[in-house]
Design a protein around this ligand. Structure first.
Ligand code: PHE
Length: 453
């Protein structure tokens, strides 16, 4: 049976669900903090619209034009050529990302559980603010840097993925996304109201929205680009795979813009929630970096609010929902490959991809405890997976995808896909093509150069 999304809303929800992940809700605020606030936000928006959307359209053209998994789509479009290797590398990248992303998703579930059952706030209310920071830091050590609990929650996340993915594209992924995405936006809006009405929220809003252009330098630009590409799920094979499930009359241009806008909206809303909350309670700048932001600073904010447990539970539910729809999308890449390349049944393909994850992901979670000393090229297993994929595999896939669609794809693939074979008009095709041919590959090359200089 052909795998397909059945409704317009469903296909957008699923693609947005993939795009909106920990990249938007977590990485984005942290990056904005380190890169100087509003100026970074502005650059990120420019990068999403000018580079991200065209590259996304390149991936969509391959998936919907090739009608198959990320390897098969290249093979169908250019039989006998080696372009399918791009798809294979995307498959490898997606599998490796899946391993460590499950771990992070597991932490969000663990914090959700600790919020609901109250353990996160045990013994906090009597402490003064400095002692609170120390207490939440200790709790983070317990929740993340011990062997058993993180491994268990990671396993639960993998099992949830198995359940959703066995349901298939329409009854699993699409159904989950149709519930998860509206829920995510509702929680965001509720938290936004709370955050903006805190006393002293204005300073945070100003930092986030009033650009100081003197903060822009080459590094900030490159970081904004990297953030834009990661947060649109580019270079992972996801967009190729999902777009192969789009019906032929889906308008790709419109879909890509909606996905990009919603993904940016979530990032902006997160900024509007986090920065005012942090300035309102007089927390420090360093409190926004990486894991500290989510697991120490925000719990401190919640501890200051009435109904701490409720807000904390809602927030970690939001994070978990964002993470789940992303893990599902990334696992789907290799599942589709097994189905289309090897003719496996859905159930077997899901199990072949995810059962090993029941061991690999918990093992990866030990990078923060028992296995912290075991290193590959000087990095823990977790850091190695993260760096190898984000810095090497993803840019490589995105780069070759652009070259392929720009110069080597069969006659007018992009144009035919953007116009649904001539049924629509697309005046922007030449401009999009220009970006795909020259600007995007140059931008990606810059990111890589900067990473290694
Ligand atoms: N866009 C996703 C995010 O922001 C990227 C991603 C998708 C990562 C799927 C992992 C899995 O988090």
């Amino acid at each position: 049976m052909k795998r397909q999304f059945i409704s317009k809303i469903g296909l957008i929800a699923a693609t947005v669900g993939s795009a909106i992940g920990l990249g938007n809700v977590w990485r984005f605020p942290a990056e904005t903090q380190t890169n100087g606030g509003a100026a970074f936000l502005l650059l990120y928006i420019v990068c999403v619209l000018l580079i991200g959307v065209p590259v996304m359209l390149a991936e969509f053209s391959i998936g919907r034009g090739g009608h198959s998994d990320a390897i098969g789509s290249f093979k169908n479009l250019s039989p006998g050529k080696k372009w399918w290797i791009t798809g294979a590398v995307a498959g490898l990248a997606s599998y490796l990302i899946c391993i460590f992303y499950m771990v992070v998703a597991g932490w969000t579930l663990e914090y959700l559980w600790a919020s609901v059952q109250g353990g996160l706030f045990d013994g906090i209310s009597t402490l003064n603010s400095e002692a609170r920071e120390a207490a939440f830091t200790t709790k983070m050590q317990q929740y993340v840097c011990t062997p058993i609990m993180p491994a268990i929650f990671t396993i639960i996340v993998v099992i949830l993925n198995i359940i959703v993915l066995i349901g298939g594209v329409e009854k699993g992924i699409e159904r989950l996304s149709n519930i998860a995405m509206p829920l995510l936006f509702l929680i965001l809006l509720a938290m936004l109201v709370v955050s903006l009405t805190l006393p002293g929220a204005g300073a945070g809003v100003e930092f986030f929205l009033k650009p100081d252009f003197s903060k822009i330098n080459a590094e900030v630009v490159v970081n904004a680009l990297g953030q834009a590409l990661f947060s649109l799920s580019i270079g992972m094979g996801i967009l190729v795979t999902y777009s192969s499930y789009y019906p032929d009359n889906t308008k790709l241009g419109r879909t890509s813009v909606i996905v990009a806008l919603l993904s940016m909206a979530v990032a902006v809303l997160m900024g509007l929630i986090i920065f005012p909350a942090v300035t309102s309670f007089g927390l420090t700048d360093q409190s926004l970096e990486g894991a500290t932001l989510i697991f120490v600073t925000l719990p401190e904010v919640f501890a200051n609010l009435p109904m701490s447990q409720l807000w904390s539970s809602l927030f970690f539910l939001l994070l978990f929902v964002a993470a789940l729809t992303s893990t599902v999308s990334i696992a789907e890449v290799t599942i589709a490959m097994l189905q289309d390349r090897l003719g496996m049944k859905r159930l077997s393909a899901v199990l072949v991809v995810l059962v090993p994850m029941l061991l690999l992901s918990p093992y990866c979670s030990l990078s923060f405890s028992m296995q912290a000393d075991v290193t590959i090229f000087g990095m823990t297993f977790f850091d190695f997976l993260d760096n190898f994929t984000t810095n090497i595999l993803l840019p490589a896939v995105a780069f070759t995808t652009c070259l392929y669609v720009g110069f080597f794809a069969p006659d007018k693939l992009l144009h035919r896909q953007l116009t649904n074979n001539g049924a629509l008009r697309s005046r922007l095709t030449p401009a999009i093509m220009l970006v795909i041919r020259y600007f995007a590959p140059a931008a990606i090359a810059l990111i890589v150069l900067f990473t290694y200089l």
